[in-house]
Design a protein around this ligand. Structure first.
Ligand code: FES
Length: 123
């Protein structure tokens, strides 16, 4: 099953007014994640608000029948985007969705917000 990275494209980080006002931080991160995920087999999608606004920027990593994860507190940087994609690739390789801590990209550590079990009968 394809692992999908859902990126909130309306996230705005504190201090945003001192940076690029042409787009939100979430839009910036979404573009970087989409670029990093291109050709990997991972799916991406944008949504407006994952209800984690105070810890922007937020993403979710999920696949049918697997544990799903919400991560937040990312800056819209290439390093963060590449780490999210690397983590999602490991999630895709895992039968349960659980990725051993030793395999976590450094830049996702400290960013986990929630882990959701798959729904019964989901596959
Ligand atoms: S605006 Fe991104 S989580 Fe609400």
């Amino acid at each position: 099953m394809t692992t999908c990275i859902t990126i909130c494209d309306t996230c705005k980080r504190a201090g945003r007014e001192e940076g690029d006002m042409a787009r939100t931080d979430g839009e910036a991160l979404a573009g970087l994640v989409e670029a990093a995920a291109a050709g990997t087999g991972l799916a991406t999608r944008r949504v407006s608000c994952l209800m984690g606004c105070k810890r922007a920027c937020n993403v979710a990593v999920q696949a049918p029948g697997k544990l799903a994860y919400v991560l937040g507190g990312f800056a819209p940087t290439r390093e963060a985007a590449e780490a999210v994609v690397a983590y999602a690739a490991a999630h895709a390789e895992s039968a349960s969705g659980q990725v051993p801590f030793r395999a976590w990209p450094e830049a996702v550590k400290g960013h986990f917000v929630a882990r959701l079990p798959p729904l019964e009968g989901e596959s």
